[in-house]
Design a protein around this ligand. Structure first.
Ligand SMILES: [Fe+2]
Ligand SMILES: [Fe+2]
Length: 166
């Protein structure tokens, strides 16, 4: 498996896009299926957000100060997603606002992933060397093993909140 930071983050994005498609193609009344997909989406998002917040964003900010504005925008986009994820974590699929909230979450995350892939990752790749990207990727692969898997676990939102309010 590649240890390139951008390859790892893109693979996460791909996995989330597949889960989003599954949610969208689920039958309207398939509440158990939707509940299961919600759990998988929240887990994928929580782990991905954690490694970006712990490693990717602060390290890129340190190494490439010119990209600071992109990173600050990313923190805000993640913050919006965090709020929706927190609300969805405790919401049953039968709730009248469940589908709408999932739709808004997926729209927001897709927009954010598109921006990272089309705009931000290319800048990071041209700014950092292969070795630096492999170091960041190795760190994130390690962090994935112990990362929180739900927003209710300790540490899931700590860095994100700190990043926004510090
Ligand atoms: Fe992100
Ligand atoms: Fe990402």
């Amino acid at each position: 498996m590649s240890t390139d930071a951008i390859v790892i983050l893109k693979a996460d994005h791909k996995q989330m896009r597949i889960l989003f498609r599954s949610f969208e193609t689920a039958e309207d009344q398939a509440h158990a299926t939707k509940e299961d997909l919600k759990t998988k989406i929240i887990e994928a998002l929580t782990v991905h957000t954690y490694i970006e917040n712990e490693t990717m964003y602060p390290e890129v900010r340190r190494l490439l100060p010119d990209l600071e504005d992109d990173i600050l925008e990313s923190y805000e986009e993640h913050h919006v997603a965090d709020v929706l994820v927190m609300e969805l974590a405790g919401m049953p699929a039968t709730h009248e606002r469940f589908d709408a909230k999932m739709t808004v979450l997926m729209e927001n995350v897709r927009h954010h992933m598109d921006e990272e892939e089309q705009d931000w990752f290319p800048k990071v790749r041209s700014g950092l060397g292969r070795n630096q990207l492999n170091e960041l990727g190795s760190t994130m692969l390690e962090q994935k093993k112990t990362a929180p898997r739900s927003p209710l676990q300790p540490g899931a939102l700590k860095k994100a909140i700190h990043a926004v309010t510090a």
